[in-house]
Ligand binder design. Structure first.
Ligand SMILES: Cc1cc2nc3c(=O)[nH]c(=O)nc-3n(C[C@H](O)[C@H](O)[C@H](O)COP(=O)(O)OP(=O)(O)OC[C@H]3O[C@@H](n4cnc5c(N)ncnc54)[C@H](O)[C@@H]3O)c2cc1C
Length: 398
């Protein structure tokens, strides 16, 4: 029988070793606040109102939620978090989280920021990947038009060419510096041109190893086929597939739009179906690890444990360079830090950017951690359990 990996996600001492008592109490306060649906609703409503009316609440946000979920307002300000995570063998993916950019100038600025990230990663042992969202480099309206196969005006054709050039400059620099690049996945109605660009980039830059990683949203009913198809193309073209697997972040939006426009929802009808597709994709990647590099972008304990098990069954070292585990900074530390302690390759997305620009990201985290059916969020339970453990052990020491 193959050895079972010795991984537990229950060890909160390991999970929160990087947090002082005061930081943990602050985390308890934040997650307790968002845990109550009504308090969460009022707090997020107030935050939205305060930002719209320019009330000066940046300071307090920065000291609370921003401090918990983000690295800082700039690359330089994120250095403390990069070093702290690095101390526990957890890598950082700097995630420039300025959303809603719409002008060509703004797209160029975002590209420059990502190029700086690559520069930073090149000189840092703690930043193994860089990432971008295509809607930071091209207009969502334009991508939607291409996705729905509408004819572009001359101006739009030029704009799309510029967008492709931005994507290519980023991937080219990643390739030159040996820094892998993740391309985030977005909504289905803009995703086809993103996938197409990602495929082109993989064929161009993944000859020796996976430099460009596309993202596969496994809640989509067509994602497994897309993965198989990309794999077949890569084998034929003699390059590597870089696959970041996620379940998908836009389920409600996708379903609403499908209903409104009367087309079948592109999302599986239930969670078990998404879970099965996600786990099948993981198994497929491990089975074809000679040709695929995979990142498990998930807070799901079963999927992360499954990946570790499949690695053990294949006698792959936890440090196999083709396999990565990734979570968001400020969440699922029980998974990240216990895996890192077990010697696995672990990274955290660390969002950064001006407080105001990162607000939509923070509001999504609040929503995600609001109690469902009166149950505390998993994060809150873990934080409270660690606070209790510390109290008990300090009593025992006295
Ligand atoms: C490192 C990292 C990178 C990420 N990058 C991206 C990205 O590029 N693009 C993106 O879209 N998301 C991204 N995400 C978010 C991700 O898609 C998920 O929304 C999030 O991680 C929750 O899924 P889970 O696997 O962690 O956990 P779980 O809690 O096990 O899964 C929740 C997810 O399951 C799916 N789901 C829930 N209910 C149902 C249902 N009734 N029917 C069908 N499916 C259901 C949804 O996708 C939901 O988000 C990323 C997440 C991480 C950690």
């Amino acid at each position: 029988m193959e050895p079972k990996p010795d991984i537990s996600f229950e060890n909160t001492a390991i999970a929160f070793a990087y947090k002082s008592d005061a930081q943990l109490r602050k985390a308890n306060f934040i997650f307790s606040l968002v845990n109550h649906p009504w308090v969460s609703f009022l707090a997020t409503g107030f935050m939205k109102f305060a930002f719209k009316t320019r009330l000066p609440i940046e300071g307090i946000i920065k000291k609370t939620a921003f401090g918990h979920f983000c690295g800082g307002e700039s690359i330089e300000e994120s250095e403390g978090v990069i070093q702290l995570l690095g101390k526990y063998h957890v890598g950082t993916i700097l995630d420039y989280s300025v959303e809603g950019e719409k002008s060509e100038e703004g797209f160029d600025d975002t590209m420059e920021e990502i190029l700086q990230n690559i520069e930073k990663a090149h000189h840092s042992e703690h930043i193994p990947f860089c990432v971008f969202k295509t809607t930071g480099l091209a207009s969502a309206e334009l991508l939607e038009k291409i996705n729905s196969k509408q004819t572009l005006t001359e101006e739009e054709t030029k704009a799309f060419r510029r967008a492709k050039e931005r994507v290519d400059r980023i991937c080219k620099k990643g390739h030159a510096y040996g820094v892998p690049i993740l391309i985030d996945a977005e909504e289905t109605w803009i995703q086809d041109p993103i996938d197409k660009m990602a495929d082109e980039m993989m064929a161009r830059y993944n000859e020796e190893k996976a430099i460009v990683f596309n993202t596969y949203q496994m809640y989509r009913t067509d994602s497994l086929d897309n993965l198989y198809h990309d794999f077949a193309d890569a084998v034929k073209g003699n390059y590597h597939v870089g696959a970041k697997l996620v379940r998908g972040a836009y389920m409600e939006k996708e379903r609403e739009r499908a209903e409104k426009h009367n087309y079948p929802s592109p999302i599986y009808p239930d969670k078990p179906a998404t879970d099965k597709a996600f786990n099948d994709a993981l198994e497929f990647c491990v089975a074809h690890i000679d040709h695929v590099s995979v990142m498990c972008g998930s807070h799901n304990e079963v999927s992360n444990a499954l990946l570790a098990e499949r690695m053990a069954e294949k006698n792959l070292s936890p440090k196999d360079p083709h396999i990565w585990f990734a979570q968001l900074y400020g969440m699922s530390d029980n998974i990240s830090f216990n895996l890192a302690k077990g010697g696995y390759n672990v990274v955290k997305y660390v969002p950064y950017g001006p407080v105001r620009a990162v607000m939509p990201y923070l509001l999504r985290r609040a929503q995600e951690n609001t109690s469902v059916a009166g149950q505390s969020s998993r994060e809150l339970r873990l934080i409270r359990s660690e606070l209790q453990r510390r109290k008990r052990s300090s009593r025992q020491r006295q």
